[in-house]
Design a protein around this ligand. Sequence first.
Ligand code: CAA
Length: 440
Amino acid sequence: MTAVGIDGIEIWSGKLSLDLPEEFAPVMDDDPEKYTKGLGLFQSSFPDAYEDIVTMAANAAYRLIERKDIDPADVGRIDVATESAFDKSKPVSTYVAGALERVLDGEFRHANKGERKFACISGTQALNDAMNWIAAGRNRGRGAIVIATDTALYERGDPGEATQGAGAVAMYVTEDPSIVELSMEQGFGSVDETDFLKPNQQFPSVDGKRSMQVYLARMREALEDFESVTGKSHPEDYRFIPFHTPFPNMVRKAAVLGYRHMIRDTDIEDELAAEIGRQPRPEEYEDDEAFSEDIQAYMDALSETEAYREWYERTIEPTLDISSRVGNWYTSSVHLARLSALIYAKREGIDLAGETLLVGSYGSGAQAEIHEERVVEGWESEIDGDSVDELLAARHPITFEEYERVHDQHNHAKEKTLEPFTAPEGEFVFDGWGPMNERQ
Ligand code: CAA
């Protein structure tokens, strides 16, 4: 079967940034290290007054189209994933395609356009839709533009406020891709949950602590389901493990759990036995609570071992860079994690061709999905870390008082009165309903 995967990746960040230790922590009367060490976050991105999910998506897609020199006639699908949609009928992909067509030479008239929703995992679901469409041979040789775009806002005062963010990732999915091939095998963990939801409301109702437990439980189930198809995984099978990153420390918690799971009955568990013992097995316990306590103690000890630390530094830490500088971009977050790892690998001169990534996506409500990606020869010519750094460095820093006004502006219920902080330059801008999102 023809290989299908990601041929190009571009991002767009909301043009404002809030420094968490400098601006947010003092007003919250918190130790700045709660954010930098406790959550692993330094800054959040926010949209300026003329930005929304459509402009951010169109700007990311435009950068992708320019870089890859994509002819609209060669695009058979435009899929947009978002959990910040403003229209219950017309999909965001049509707004984005319309905006792009106003400046491109060509139309997406014969492209299938849709919108995917399942909290943060829908970016990966849209990627899978595109992959399946190509693998089924229904694409007539054409590619798919897959965009994940969100403004992740919480109610003022909600503990989630520190993890906010805004931006978009656009990916080109094709046959014979230039960056990674996607595996056909997938694992899922999915249970009806109410830890994070937005029923006809803009800001989420969140049980933050429970949402972390649900994330870990569904990811573990997805990994087990994946292994039921592919066979047991070993920590050394994967060069990088990009996971959905609501905040970097969520992934740090998932990492030790995943490592513990993967080393069970392996040479690594044997080697570590002298230092920290063997991990407890549930079948050895009659009492669930006693097992939970012992397995937690084992994981605490495991996380201090050199073997784990070395693996974590090599496999997980490089995936967290962009996230720590922009906050949670919901549907884009796992795709930023993959991009962070690829940028790191290129800068370090790591030969990734033929290496495998284990990608873990998660959406509240709740579902986790695990799949593999194989990095292809020549991947590094498609990855441009400097352009990501330039985009993030160009963000306009805002004070806490300015942040309060920005938050109000992006609260759908309130009037739009905010004066922009920046001037748009060669980008799509929101200019009201009707003909909208012109590139200026
Ligand atoms: N120095 C170092 N660390 C510190 C510190 C200090 N001075 N002060 C606090 N910390 C640590 C805490 O010990 C804690 O670490 P542990 O979790 O390892 O114990 C961490 O900093 C955070 O502190 P709190 O637990 O006190 O933080 P909080 O209760 O104010 O908020 C949160 C944390 C519940 C995750 C909140 O940010 C939240 O609700 N976020 C939104 C929900 C979310 O992101 N959930 C993730 C899973 S769901 C998902 O992934 C979908 C999605 O995208 C939303």
